[in-house]
Design a protein around this ligand. Sequence first.
Ligand code: ATP
Length: 254
Amino acid sequence: MSLIPKSHPRAKSLFIREKLVTGFDRGLVAKEGLLAQGRGEAFDYLLGEKTGKSAKLALKAAAAQILLARSPVISVNGNTAALCPKEIIRLARLTGSKIEVNLFYANEKRKKAIVSVLKKNGAKEVLGTKTSSKATLSGIDSARRIVDKNGIFSADVVIVPLEDGDRTMALRKAGKVVITFDLNPLSRTAQTANITIVDNVTRAIDLLIENCKKLSKKNESSLNRILQNFDNKKNLSDNVKEIKNNLMRRLKIA
Ligand code: ATP
């Protein structure tokens, strides 16, 4: 049971920390994952810990892109498995996406723990552990270059919550469309992905599911139109403006 009182002014943020610490204790999250959360939190604070207008636009574009995909894959790491395993599975089911575990700090024990959490939460199949279906992404040095040939390797669209820049670059070079959640609009991942949702994955994943449900009634040309009207570079710069406006408001400058 959580020791954090619901009335605490930073309760939501503390609950997220608690999930990650529990995930760490259960062998899902790497030490470095805790630090990555810290970097994310700082940007969330600057954003006012809410889903902004530009994040909502990116969510709509992401949903259109996933629905148009031939073979979408959700790439899961320790932080994602600790923060929102149920939602990942819901998104995968709704959109016919495959789920693949892919870790920056490769560790077979941790991989198994992540797969087991996903399965406990209802995942039927989790790719990324079979040696027989290993394939290699070029242009990347870390263990993340090893992917599943039936998953990320053959995907057209890859959803990578909380990614690192090198891998996003390698996925782009391999011709994949990359969708990411990243609270830092300035990170290499945010700047390299095709669609960057600048929001906390814990808030935004439910919104992505809702958008997918809503847009699943639209035809292909309406979905294509949504994508054509989305410009990631402009969206990132609007995110930075939202941060600036939020800070000005907080300081009562504007
Ligand atoms: P890059 O290599 O892309 O420049 P980085 O080195 O800054 O990234 P990493 O430590 O690899 O970042 O990954 C953490 C990233 O994930 C950070 O950009 C951080 O803002 C983001 N992040 C952390 N927690 C969350 C979260 N809960 N929701 C969304 N984004 C998050």
